[in-house]
Ligand binder design. Sequence first.
Ligand code: PFF
Length: 443
Amino acid sequence: MTKERWGSGLGFVLAAAGSAVGLGNLWGFAYRASQGGGGAFVLLYLVIVFLVCLPLLVAEMALGRSTRKSPLRAPAEIAGKSWGLLGWLFLVVSVGILSYYVVLMGYTGTTLLNALLGQLPVDKSAATDYFPSISTGSVSLIGQLLSIALTGIVVAAGVRGGIERLTRLGVPLLFFMLICLAIWAVFQPNAHEGYAFLFGWDAKQLLDPSTIANAFKQAFFSVGTGIGAILAYSAYLSRKSSIPGEALAVVTMDTAVGLLAGCVTFPLVAILGLGDLVGAGTVGTLFSTLPHGLALPSLGIAGKIVSVTFFSLVYIAAITSSISLLEVPVSSLIDNLGWNRNKAVLCSVALVALLGIPSAINVNFLVKVDSVMNTLLIASGLILSVLMGWVVPKRLRADLTEVSIGNSQVAGLLWTLRWISVPTISLGFCVVAEETFRNIFMQ
Ligand code: PFF
């Protein structure tokens, strides 16, 4: 496809971790965990991440590295023309997710600016009005457009000069900020109430369809596998890289950030007595409770420092993810039509911006697109696991044993992909699809 390559193995791991760690960990985790499930939700999420998403991530990386093609062309290249449809599914889902992802980035950027200028809501009625004020009209549109433009600028600068440079700096920085905030949260009075909400155990929840659906959506969205973004990144990998080790590093970092973020946001909600603002858990959870809580006069300057740090790290996490989503259409246009990178970026950015307008002006639309795209993300993950586990297992085995790991480990991985991942994702898909159908057509 292209002669571009990562500068180093570490550069790739940080870029892939940057793709995984994003709004899903910070906004999504708070939003979904606050809908209930407690420790059962967290446990299901962890099981799905390590038992289902990890083998799939290895398979997706191997597909990218062995074909060196873009997400649009890789499935057909490895398994014949009829698999070309999977490439199109990658494209639809990545563009669909990015269309509203940049809107959420816009909310984050606006909140960061308000935190810097000292304009966060100080009382409860202002807090109730705050999210509607940043999620509609020109404020939301400007945030969306600036965020997609920034994403485009980084991707246009290329794999090494743009993506790798940003993630090398951004990922360690966001880890550092998050650890500082988690330490600060531990020492706040009543922090244990937040942990109790997040990890409170009720075994019945393990069988609750909405907890199961939430855990699936959270795991797939957070790891970001099955959509072609990591495939696109892996096409720039050198033959020498050890894929399973790199995939494990990515998944571990992603999970650590998800849990750490929960350990920052939930104690804050409890400390500040904002449980009723969180309510049943909405997309606005992160953008309404925290800004208000951190603006309370009782916290003084600490509130300002924490809010600026928190929303800066959310924005950094988001942009290191949005660039990986944009790389899917960009690399496909370069690979398929022979366009240069700038032209491919310009065209993709224009399309994403246009498709995102309805989400930017209407939060309910955003919520519906999020549900549909999460369902399609799990569907494409399922098809990809069938392709790599059942259709081209020899190619997967050959690619992994060539440089990475021994025969027995590859056999174990392949077995897990075939017999654990495929059936579990099928089950998850049914639960999530049923819920999405109900939410969209029966409300
Ligand atoms: N993993 C990202 C997050 O947690 O915000 C979102 C994402 C990035 C999803 C890349 C899918 C993807 F391919």
